[in-house]
Design a protein around this ligand. Structure first.
Ligand SMILES: Cc1ncc(COP(=O)(O)O)c(C=O)c1O
Length: 380
């Protein structure tokens, strides 16, 4: 069996144009700007905010590194606030730091779960700070029907993490429209990058249903990709951790727009939640879980478990064909220097298991059986 870490793309979706269905927030938002990757949107937002010397942004110490690099490159000074083991900020410390009247309070909604927005909005009001919501990991989640990313002044989304699109990041302006952003001129996404990533997604979908032939085709695609790189065809990395100022003006590909027009978003959310709950019921009490709540508005990105040794657990699951991912390891210098105790713990122990919309019920059962066979030690 093969279960990919993220959803694949059907050939039909590549040619399907817009469906009858209306698009959900943020895809229908009036003031949105799309980019090849979300970090470019973050960079352009912070540039457009024109930080003066001494103005700071409060950023959670549990972060991917991409958003931090983008904020820094735009010229803003970062002050970190601590995130606890339950993925929520230490509100006491955050309130204390907010007394310095930061220009921006930046929140990351992790894996679909909302941050305590009522308290954070209150802090922003009290200190005159701009609220930026990073929804890179939380597309399609809401609180009582109000979409994440519609609370703050600005929000950013990473589309390719939840949807089967080759690339795509969105920046949404909910208030105080910035003129600099309307004047941006983007360059087209390089065709080779768009085609290469789309082919990978189609092969992933195929491999999930038909592993033998799929893995041969994936090997061929990989070899072809290496040839293209050797020939110095422009490559735009997606899904990596890294920063390249030369890529900030690359637009989202038209393939992503076509695919998004044909997706069933209610179904995507429904499948993710159903898979999540099934996995939770099968692992409950037998594996250490990061969270045990899933409020009705949450669209989970993946199923996080806590393991003592991420590397060996991930490798063991990969050998069994399961796309388990070591989430936000403490590899970069950025991460190690900024992490508090909660973030360090999360970086050391969170392993992601796939529950996306392509994962079938029998695949969830297979994943949980394999996880239980690892006889993982509890994590305290
Ligand atoms: C929290 C968060 N913000 C922003 C980004 C940037 O997204 P992208 O890869 O689309 O640039 C990421 C990507 O890993 C992320 O995890």
């Amino acid at each position: 069996m093969y279960v990919s870490s993220s959803p694949g793309l059907s050939l039909l979706a590549l040619v399907q144009s817009t469906s009858e269905r209306s698009l959900p927030f943020p895809l229908n938002s009036e003031n949105r700007h799309s980019f090849c990757v979300a970090r470019s949107g973050i960079y352009h937002l912070f540039r457009a905010l024109r930080f003066a010397k001494g103005e700071s942004v409060l950023v959670p110490d549990y972060h991917s590194g991409n958003e931090v690099s983008a904020i820094r490159a735009a010229g803003a000074s970062i002050v970190y606030y601590p995130v606890l083991r339950n993925l929520e900020p230490d509100l006491e410390v955050l309130s204390r730091l907010a007394k310095s009247n930061p220009r921006v309070i930046y929140v990351i909604h992790y894996l679909g779960w909302p941050q305590p927005l009522r308290e954070i909005e209150e802090l922003c009001r009290e200190h005159g700070s701009i609220l930026v919501e990073d929804c890179a990991l939380s597309l399609l989640s809401d609180i009582d029907g109000k979409a994440l990313g519609s609370f703050g002044d600005y929000s950013v989304f990473c589309l390719y993490k939840t949807l089967p699109v080759p690339n795509g990041g969105l920046l949404v302006q909910n208030r105080n429209i910035l003129r600099d952003l309307s004047e941006l001129e983007l360059e087209q996404c390089p065709r080779a990058a768009e085609a290469g990533r789309s082919a990978e997604l189609v092969l992933e979908a195929f491999r999930s249903r038909c592993d033998g032939i799929g893995s041969v085709l994936s090997g061929m695609k990989h070899a072809f990709g290496q040839l293209m790189r050797a020939a110095k065809v422009r490559h735009v990395p997606v899904g990596n951790i890294g920063w390249n100022i030369a890529d900030v003006n690359i637009a989202m590909s038209s393939v992503s727009t076509t695919v998004m027009g044909g997706l069933d978003y209610d179904q995507i959310r429904h499948r993710r939640r159903e898979n999540y709950l099934l996995m939770q019921s099968r692992l409950d009490g037998r594996v250490t879980m990061l969270r045990d709540d899933l409020k009705s508005g949450v669209c989970p990105l993946f199923f996080p478990i806590l393991v003592q040794d991420k590397r060996s657990a991930a490798e063991a699951l990969w050998k069994r064909g399961i796309g388990a991912v070591e989430f936000w390891n403490d590899e970069g210098s950025l991460a190690s220097s900024s992490s508090g105790a909660g973030a360090k713990f999360l970086r050391a122990h969170v392993l992601e298991l796939p529950i996306h919309q392509d994962v079938t019920r029998s695949q969830v059962e297979y994943i949980t059986d394999q996880v239980l066979r690892l006889e993982l030690q509890p994590v305290q």
